[in-house]
Design a protein around this ligand. Sequence first.
Ligand code: GUN
Length: 284
Amino acid sequence: MAANVIYGKDLAEELRQEMKQEVSTLHEKGVHPKLVVVIIGEDPASMSYVKGKKKASEKIGLDSDLIELPEKTSEKELLTLIERLNNDSSVHGILVQLPLPDHIDDQKVIETIDPKKDVDGFHPINVGRMMTGQETFYPCTPYGILVMLKRAKIDIEGKHVVIVGRSNLVGKPVGQLLLNENATVTHCHSRTKDLRAHTKQADILIVAAGKADLITGEDIREGAVVIDVGVNRVDGKLTGDVEFESAKEIASHITPVPKGVGPMTITMLLHNTMEAAKRIHSVK
Ligand code: GUN
């Protein structure tokens, strides 16, 4: 039987409608949440992502600024800009689009952002807070996956979650978030021996490896939930890390690419920005 397709795009739309209401309530309380996105250089994929973030922010009534800087911007100039944004009380969320040019140290940039304005949830203080189950900002893609699973009424507690990929952006934090929900978590990666033996054990399989069609129906257990985080461009077409056609015949639920996880990422960024403003201004 073909799987239920979980369209993150539809859920994202629903959540953004709810957030639009909440933003207007915050405006009535004199709080105007503002996100500033910084991009260095002109990588077309990154440019398209950041424009999407700005557009989505404006659509729900958030204030937003997009700061576009040339490729040759020095690390010092970027750090100075971040310090200025940290000290600007009208700014609640700061996002510096990654990856950065080679002459800039990503980690140094992440660690310069005020943890209270770190809406990506990448600052080591926020990563540590997530690991120890304290209130923080969750990284947007893992958070979007968690919300999708919950809204699709998929039980997480006691389930075996297998994650393919161990990036700091997705693989590691999504494992932590689901562990916090009492899942049993296995992390697989490029050095894992016999990947299929692991993926076949998954009740919930999350694939964030960045390799088109890495996982097929044969790698999936009958009735598993499959979350595809891949964004690959093959012959000009967007495709995931999971071969959708074969996987959907085996899985009970599956997310498509596009229209799956992607739209949830931006939605959680909007959520985190609102949350940052609420915490900074101590309003509910
Ligand atoms: N590059 C790709 N995804 C992301 C993200 O979620 N945040 C930032 N800052 N850069 C990215």
